[in-house]
Design a protein around this ligand. Structure first.
Ligand code: PXL
Length: 273
């Protein structure tokens, strides 16, 4: 069985980060080891959330695993929390990256043109450095705009996306993927670039006019889980995009849907099928 380490916060209530990654990657058949970067009462879209930073736990936990000789087939990072933790990730990658270990970085820090409440430009800079240590990076357009210094646009063409991918590619990851890319009216999806193959990949499906929290984490977790099942990155992206769209669609039909997240619990059986 493949073993995946995922490093993100625990938002106790809110359906995002580890509370999505753990069930989704497990359901896709990989052992899922977690390293919580912080404990929050809820995700940061709620008011008055509590936060306990766990950066002082990263090193002792990683040291223990190292002494136990633990190895990982993939390391997947998402929302971390502090710039210090991003530096710690770089060390952790060095310690645990073996031949064939996939380093998957989702530089979670912003959406819709804005940084999340906890973050500043120093955090952005550190995330760009972390992307350099990855095999595959999956920022959304907002995150990529912050990291590359390009203007954030809501209306754009393929040339804008290709320029952004070229700038992301300069960071050094083998595969750079932009999420939330809409290349024609009514469509949304992803566009990626593989530097070794010098090859682009585009996948678009129907855009549903709704924005839910945690869908980026659902997308990335599905992608990691599918790559661990042996899927090529392009196929994994496609499955993840379709599954995320399907989950949003199902959530929209639920009259009791929570405002803070998607009903992935209802769609996980579809993914496993
Ligand atoms: O889904 C991304 C995410 C993860 N973790 C926390 C968040 C967010 C987005 O706002 O607040 C704590």
């Amino acid at each position: 069985m493949k073993r995946v380490l995922t490093i993100q916060d625990i938002s106790c209530l809110g359906k995002c980060s580890l509370t999505i990654a753990l069930p989704v990657i497990s359901a896709l058949g990989s052992e899922t080891v977690i390293l919580p970067t912080a404990v929050l009462s809820t995700h940061t879209m709620f008011k008055n959330f509590t936060v306990k930073d766990l950066s002082d736990q990263i090193e002792p936990i990683a040291d223990h695993w190292k002494n136990e000789g633990v190895e990982f087939d993939a390391i997947y990072t998402g929302y971390l929390g502090t710039a210090e933790e991003i530096d710690q990730m770089k060390e952790l990658f060095k310690t645990f990256k073996k031949e064939g270990t996939l380093i998957f970085v989702d530089p979670v820090m912003a959406d819709n043109g804005k940084l999340y409440p906890a973050f500043d430009m120093d955090y952005v800079k550190k995330n760009a450095e972390l992307c350099a240590a990855a095999d595959i990076i999956v920022p959304n357009i907002t995150e990529a705009a912050f990291m590359t210094g390009m203007e954030y646009k809501e209306e754009y063409d393929e040339a804008y996306i290709k320029e952004m991918l070229a700038k992301l590619n300069e960071f050094g990851a083998r595969i750079s993927v932009l999420t939330g890319v809409s290349l024609s009216p009514g469509k949304t999806g992803v566009m990626g670039y593989d530097r070794e193959a010098d090859d682009y990949f585009v996948y678009q499906n129907d855009r549903i006019d709704a924005s839910f929290h945690g869908t980026g984490d659902l997308f990335s977790s599905t992608c990691v889980g599918e790559m661990m099942r042996g899927k090529d990155w392009r196929e994994a992206l496609q499955i993840a995009a379709d599954y995320t769209a399907h989950t949003i669609e199902v959530t929209m039909k639920n009259p009791d849907k929570p405002w803070y997240g998607v009903d992935f619990e209802a769609t996980l059986p579809d993914l496993m099928r």
